[in-house]
Design a protein around this ligand. Structure first.
Ligand code: C2O
Length: 340
């Protein structure tokens, strides 16, 4: 088999869910460009991502986001374009190179972790570049610890560029998250700290096989949503669950956070995903390994970097966040011993 790679010259209008307002998702001016293979730059200072409830770079983040939001929509660094990257990679907008009838889909398989790591990596570097600070680091939503279980306060100030209106009004602070949220039952069990810690234990600590943690293979020619592919433990819970817990249930598809095409329009998306990404780092700190299958290692994606170069990045370059110039602040893991 071959690794899955997007056909960047075949970006199309996305297939959106019913009720969604039509949007374009393809990046600007990519048509005639050939992406270049990305070379990871050297760095002087490691960026340290900190928990959102204890984040001392808020003013920098707000400043950077305000600049990002003021850029013209068709600028590759604009807020609009950053949020559309997610849509392009999950609504049949990109197809697979060599299989142009098949969707390039970054969910529901083993490419979930590396794709989102690269996505946040460039988002963070672009923000740092906009404020001329190569040490700038985004916060993570520390929903795996009791003190981080509510929507972080930095996202609830209506005057802040981190604010978004389309969120579940019943889940505002001080309501604590339900990491195992199931919107369909209609029973709201938000706020159970013990249950959340047990969920973390079950979905992260107790999962030992790489395929169970990362997800099932996705190779060139595989159709997403088929029985060959499938999500890893963390993608299902708490990733999907926190998305739908946060989204606005008065919207047709739980926009923004609860809908793939719209999720990245909410600044909390990047904070949620930073903690998802942190789970990858933590899981490996338990002595567990990356997948060695070449089709996993060589799967690749295309992004605009902070210098507006269209670059191609591959999974195997994303395995070590320190190589990418960032790490997570070390915190206690209250769930590591929370065996239910
Ligand atoms: Cu690309 Cu949280 O999903």
């Amino acid at each position: 088999a071959e690794p899955v790679v997007p056909d960047v010259h075949g970006c199309n209008k996305p297939t959106l869910p019913p009720g969604a307002k039509p949007i374009a998702c393809c990046p600007p001016n990519y048509e005639n460009k050939e992406p270049i293979d990305y070379v990871i730059p050297n760095y002087q200072t490691l960026r340290i991502r900190k928990p959102a409830h204890d984040y001392d770079d808020l003013e920098k983040y707000k400043k950077a986001l305000n600049i990002m939001k003021s850029l013209p929509d068709d600028h590759p660094h604009s807020w609009t374009q950053q949020s559309r990257i997610h849509c392009a990679y999950c609504h049949n907008s990109y197809h697979q190179k060599g299989h142009t009838d098949i969707e390039m889909q970054v969910h529901f398989s083993w490419i979930f972790f590396p794709f989102h790591r690269w996505y946040l990596y460039f988002y963070e570097r672009i923000l740092g570049k906009l404020i001329d600070d190569p040490t700038f680091a985004i916060p993570f939503w520390n929903w795996d610890a009791p003190e981080g279980m509510e929507i972080p306060a930095i996202f609830t100030d209506r005057k802040s560029p981190l604010y978004n209106d389309l969120r579940n009004q019943n889940h505002q602070p001080p309501t604590l998250v339900d990491l195992n949220w199931n919107g369909r039952t209609g029973v709201d069990t938000s706020g159970d700290v013990e249950a959340n810690l047990a969920t973390m234990y079950r979905q992260v600590y107790e999962v030992k096989r790489p395929i169970c943690f990362y997800g099932k293979p996705f190779r060139a020619g595989d159709k997403p949503y088929s029985s060959r592919t499938g999500s890893g433990s963390v993608e299902l819970v708490p990733h999907n669950t926190v998305h739908s817990w946060t989204g606005d249930k008065t919207q047709p598809n739980l926009e923004d956070m609860g809908a793939l095409y719209a999720a990245a329009r909410d600044p909390i998306f990047y904070c949620h995903h930073a903690n998802i990404d942190r789970m990858w780092t933590i899981w490996k700190s338990f002595g567990r390994k990356d997948i060695t299958d070449p089709d996993y290692q060589n799967a690749s994606y295309v992004f605009y970097d902070e210098n507006e170069n269209l670059v191609r990045v591959k999974n195997s370059d994303a395995f070590d966040s320190k190589k990418l110039g960032y790490d997570y602040k070390q915190l206690d893991l209250p769930w590591q011993k929370a065996q239910p």
